[in-house]
Design a protein around this ligand. Structure first.
Ligand code: AMP
Ligand code: MG
Length: 424
């Protein structure tokens, strides 16, 4: 192992989570690649919309029936009297009735079929009676205009259907399709270099020498980045050696918009990551008052004539790595990718079992969610809270965000929970 490297940044008191998030957010604001590409709708899930989508036509494109029934002119309805209509034809979805419907006549119509000319009201089959070609409607069964979906009721032509910066979800793709769009203009994917550092790390499939363990972070973080919509540049695992770190960092600087690393960011004899990062740019801060976590370095790597490459150096302990990523790096990477308005508020849940908490730092407890006896969500600390215990993370539904100033959490206390599902 090589000699410890001196760190080129002043040791500072840990930042609060709020301050760290704020510093990262303002540093990356307005940065990120602006290049766009056009993709097929089927390949657009999770991509960030480059420009707003305006409705090129009304949705639905024509008035249509919301029910299976009979379409007629509502003027035939008279208060307190039964209505009698003559059936003159049939309309199905995709097969409009060609003619015009005279007052007192009606057309047998199916859901989604275009409202025939002369009609504005539908009486559902189950709310009327038919004998041969005559339909009877009891008094006060329907009002004029009932069960008709208006043209443009979902979206009127020219309305903003999807805003720029939208990270596309399944419903967005459905909406785009309903507008007749087969392709969308999206931002190019953010390229994020990823490597793990540590002499002790081995890749799954390799034999473990004494004192070694498998590199779990890289697989977990690559998957998380992929779910975020990033293109992952996997740079493998790197030994605790400043020269090797320097070489891999140069590759990241050359090829990526951001770099995510884990391990070697603390103050141990083998922790060289910060010093090597500082050679290529500026380490903004490297310690955050949170648990799990604390060692976490953020900053920029400079490169001539190009936007900086941002780095997020996570702690090595797997739970600490993932929690730090979700709490500190996730939103910044989304912002760099051009995504806007993506934040979902945390879920309020009652504490189901006391949680020990030391004031002075934010804590992120791994919790399982269930429905409490009062009908509200409740959260229970799950598995060991060790920053190395991935099994607890696997069983948990989310992170209870315990505020820095707060102490122990009692049964029934409200907590903010960040569910894992919905983070991406
Ligand atoms: P470090 O942050 O380098 O001091 O590492 C803290 C702990 O996390 C040590 O026990 C490491 O062995 C472990 N660790 C570091 N990197 C990884 C990794 N990629 N996968 C699994 N464990 C790791
Ligand atoms: Mg290490």
């Amino acid at each position: 192992m090589s000699a410890p490297t001196s760190v080129a940044v002043a040791a500072a008191a840990p930042l609060s989570v709020a301050e760290a998030r704020q510093r990262i957010a303002s540093a990356v604001a307005g940065h990120g690649p602006k290049a766009c590409e056009v993709v097929d709708l089927m390949a657009a899930l999770g991509r960030v919309l480059a420009e707003e989508v305006l409705a090129p036509q009304d949705v639905p494109p024509h008035d249509n029936s919301a029910m299976d029934g009979f379409a007629f002119a509502g003027q035939a309805l008279v208060a307190g009297q039964a209505t009698r209509l003559r059936v003159v034809g049939r309309a199905l979805a995709g097969h409009p009735f060609a003619g015009s419907v005279a007052p007192g006549d009606c057309v047998r119509i199916m859901t989604g079929a275009m409202m025939p000319a002369g009609t504005d009201t539908v009486v559902p089959f189950e709310r009327c009676e038919q004998q041969d070609d005559v339909v009877f409607i009891a008094p006060e069964t329907v009002r004029a205009g009932d069960n008709r979906r208006r043209r443009g009721e979902d979206l009127a032509v020219g309305a903003v259907a999807l805003p720029a910066g939208r990270r596309l979800r399944p419903a967005d793709l459905g909406l785009a399709a309903s507008l007749g769009l087969s392709r969308l203009s999206v931002r190019r994917r953010l390229v994020v270099a990823l490597f793990s550092s540590g002499d002790e790390l081995r890749s799954p499939g390799e034999a473990l020498a004494p004192g070694c363990l498998y590199d779990s972070n890289r697989f977990m973080l690559a998957a998380t980045l992929t779910q975020l919509g990033c293109e992952v540049l996997d740079l493998g695992r790197v030994p605790d050696d400043p020269q090797a770190l320097d070489a891999v960092l140069r590759q990241a600087i050359e090829r990526a918009d951001a770099v995510v690393t884990s391990g070697g960011v603390s103050v141990g004899d083998a922790d060289h990551t910060r010093a090597v990062l500082a050679r290529h740019g500026a380490v903004d801060f490297w310690s955050v008052a949170m648990r799990p976590g604390r060692p976490f370095a953020f900053g920029r790597l400079e490169r001539p004539d190009r936007a900086p490459c941002w780095f997020f150096a996570l702690p090595g302990n797997p739970v600490a790595a993932l929690v730090s990523f979700q709490v500190l790096a996730r939103e910044a990477l989304l912002a760099l990718a051009g995504a806007e308005g993506d934040a979902v508020p945390p879920l309020a849940a009652r504490c189901a079992e006391p949680i020990r908490k030391r004031p002075g730092r934010a804590e992120f407890a791994r919790v399982r969610l269930s429905l409490g006896p009062d009908g509200h969500a409740q959260a229970q600390a799950w598995g060991g809270q060790s920053s190395a215990a991935l099994s607890a993370l696997v069983g948990a539904h989310g992170l209870a965000m315990l505020q820095p100033q707060q102490g122990d959490v009692g049964i029934g206390d409200w907590m903010d929970v960040l569910p894992f599902e919905g983070l991406c």
